[in-house]
Design a binder for this molecule. Structure first.
Ligand SMILES: Cc1cc2nc3c(=O)[nH]c(=O)nc-3n(C[C@H](O)[C@H](O)[C@H](O)COP(=O)(O)O)c2cc1C
Ligand code: SF4
Length: 641
């Protein structure tokens, strides 16, 4: 067997686990507004269970309405949850995975708009991210919440769950009590670490009493809060020892709170390295005797095997990797690790959507959250023409071929991947290559007929030759109509990033969206003196929260000059004339790099429609957007065939 440690059986308390792979909790926003389980949720959990993971921790599930953090989060707040929860249990047990919810109260890390009431906390100190003043809990209210944790645990056990996890991490209520960053109480729940531990210990004791000694109760802790005035790893290791001594059956080790979210440790973006939290798991593992669960960009079976072999932790949790490929465990076990569709840590499809109040999807796996739709039975097999081999076209070709259609794909350039190449050429964005590699390998494996270096023109095909066509011809970078734009010193960001154009001397980037800001970083790393000119009041606003914060920090360190609320009037040989709030001025620069959006390549659609009955236009060819949209749209068009 390729990964013998990873696929050896494990144990938490008396609970046997078939391997060392854990699905960590992830809020999906797939529940209904009452927090109840939906068919979509069951389909999603079934697909992950089927993929071979050993232990499944259901998302942070609110124990009372006031402690809810997301609109369509799962609840364990009422007995009405029990029937739905049992269906999730059934889905996991069918594939011999153990399952249980993460019991959670958001405390101050939520909003009145979500809970309907003022957030609560140990002390009246607003969370730095949410910025809403919480109500400091009275002792009576604390006791009531402790009881609600116990009620929730009882419901989980009644529904047939195998364990419960207490959410003691990420700055939510239990964590808030633990930390002087959020707890300045002077009663028995604050003042010293011992007193700050009291709430966690009371919750644990009440939950233990509700479920009995044999039922595993685990806890998740942030081993370092990463905020000034908060708990660091030495403090948290002591907390871990206290809760282990109290009787908890395992400790899941993560890091960060909302106040440090943008440092990129909690849900690490592409910029951060794989296994970034292992040092924390190791620190806790050295201090306690109970099993430890490690997490954080453990994207490959190799890294998971190694951490277990080296006794850094007893279990490896893979969160986003399971959204990207629920079959990750089965593929690893069967020696097909190279076929794993790797999470690229873009954070765009999953956590960025969740924080915007949307449901969780995955950029590299359009099936995630749409498992029911993708289970749709195949109708008649069709001859399908796909024009364009970028992310939308490749995704369409993959799904169409998987579903048994006969697929022909035309790509005008000499390589497949489209804009993924420019995206992966940007600093710290090379993980996009994982998606390109995976899509290309899939279409080849699925025997899609690929006509590369062949520009498609409609008269290449006869009427009726194809049953359906998917146009995925991408977009062309926009060149604005500006005086001086045709000068030799003006280039397109896409061309620069693909190595087709060079910059000289001082550079002015026109357009400060995410791509413009990332291009500015690439240029600054090449020692150019860079200015970014942006029309709106902020740059890179389309990037995920943590990605943006880290990018801006890097740009600032590189000395990139960012000019917002400013329009370009004209381009000269050594400067650009701009108009800002204080009037017109000239910014010196030798090269101008344009990154001001794109327009769709949709010129052939009408002609193709006359030759092929059923035509869909997807991705940038429909409307220039992000890779997440391109991959999803391509796949959905193929599904609709
Ligand atoms: C969409 C999403 C939702 C999450 N929700 C939770 C949660 O409910 N509880 C929790 O403890 N961690 C949550 N996390 C953090 C994950 O459990 C995990 O620690 C993190 O994603 C890092 O692991 P990974 O690199 O394997 O994804 C969430 C992460 C994501 C991406
Ligand atoms: S959306 Fe991006 S970060 Fe999230 S699971 Fe998918 S690939 Fe990973």
């Amino acid at each position: 067997m390729p990964f013998p440690k990873l696929f050896s059986a494990g144990k938490i308390g008396k609970m046997k686990i078939k391997n060392r792979l854990v699905m960590p909790p992830m809020v999906r926003n797939y529940a209904d507004v009452k927090g109840l389980v939906t068919k979509r949720y069951i389909d999603h959990i079934s697909s992950i269970a089927k993929g071979g993971v050993g232990m499944m921790v259901l998302e942070a599930s609110f124990i009372e309405q006031a402690g809810r953090g997301f609109k369509n989060q799962l609840g364990v707040h009422s007995d009405t949850i029990i029937p739905g929860l049992s269906l999730l249990v059934e889905a996991a047990h069918k594939h011999k995975a153990v399952i249980g919810p993460q019991l959670y109260h958001a405390g101050r890390q939520t909003l009145k708009a979500i809970t309907g009431v003022q957030p609560v906390a140990p002390s009246a100190i607003p969370d730095p991210l949410e910025q809403e003043m919480p109500h400091a809990l009275t002792v009576g209210e604390i006791k009531d919440i402790v009881k609600k944790f116990a009620d929730a645990a009882r419901r989980a056990k009644t529904a047939g769950c195998d364990f419960v996890e207490l959410h003691g991490a990420h700055g939510y209520l239990i964590n808030q009590f633990l930390s002087p960053f959020s707890n300045t109480r002077t009663d028995e729940y604050g003042g010293t670490q011992e007193k700050r531990n009291r709430f966690m210990l009371e919750v644990y004791a009440a939950v233990r009493a509700a479920v009995g000694d044999d039922f595993p109760v685990t806890i998740r802790l942030s081993a370092d809060e990463m905020v000034e005035g908060g708990l660091g790893v030495k403090d948290m290791v002591k907390v871990a020892k206290v809760i282990a001594k109290a009787g908890v059956d395992a400790i899941s080790v993560t890091a960060g709170v909302y106040g440090s979210y943008t440092k990129g440790y909690m849900i690490a973006p592409m910029f951060m390295s794989d296994g970034l939290l292992l040092k924390y798991a190791k620190a806790v593992k050295r201090a306690v005797k109970v099993p430890v669960i490690a997490v954080g960009k453990l994207r490959t079976p190799q890294i998971c095997e190694k951490l277990i072999k080296e006794k850094i932790a007893d279990f490896a949790a893979i969160g986003r990797p399971l959204l990207a490929d629920p079959e990750w465990p089965n593929k690893a076990k069967k020696g097909q690790a190279a076929l794993i569709n790797k999470c690229v840590a873009c954070n765009q499809g999953c956590i960025q959507r969740l924080f915007s109040g949307e449901d969780v999807l995955c950029t590299v796996n359009p099936t995630c959250g749409r498992e029911g739709e993708f289970a749709k039975l195949l109708g008649a097999k069709k001859k399908v023409l796909i024009v364009g081999g970028g992310p939308a076209g490749l995704s369409a070709a993959k799904v169409a071929a998987e579903r048994g259609h006969k697929v022909t794909l035309y790509e005008a350039s000499r390589k497949l991947g489209g804009q993924l190449w420019a995206a992966s050429a940007l600093p710290h964005r090379e993980s996009w290559n994982d998606l390109t590699r995976s899509l290309v390998a899939d279409v080849k494996r699925l025997k899609v007929k690929i006509l590369i270096g062949k520009k498609f023109v409609p008269n290449m095909i006869k009427k009726g030759e194809y049953d359906a066509a998917i146009i995925a011809m991408g977009s062309t970078a926009l060149t604005p109509i500006l005086p001086g734009v045709i000068h030799d010193n003006v280039i397109l960001a896409r061309d620069y990033n693909e190595g087709k154009a060079k910059a000289k001397g001082r550079v002015i980037v026109l357009g400060g969206g995410c791509q413009g800001a990332q291009t500015a970083e690439a240029l600054a790393l090449q020692k150019h003196k860079v200015t970014v000119v942006e029309m709106t009041d902020a740059v890179a606003i389309d990037a995920p929260l943590e990605d943006r914060a880290m990018l801006l920090e890097r740009l600032s360190k590189l000395g990139v000059n960012i000019v917002t609320n400013t329009k370009v009037k004209s381009i000269g040989a050594t400067s650009v004339v701009v108009e800002g709030k204080t009037g017109e001025s000239a910014i010196p620069g030798d090269t101008v790099v344009i990154c001001m959006g794109a327009f769709s390549n949709d010129g052939i659609n009408r002609e193709v429609k006359q030759l092929v009955g059923n035509v869909a236009v997807v991705g940038d060819a429909l409307h220039p957007r992000r890779i997440t949209d391109a991959v999803a749209e391509g796949a959905l068009a193929a599904l609709a065939l």
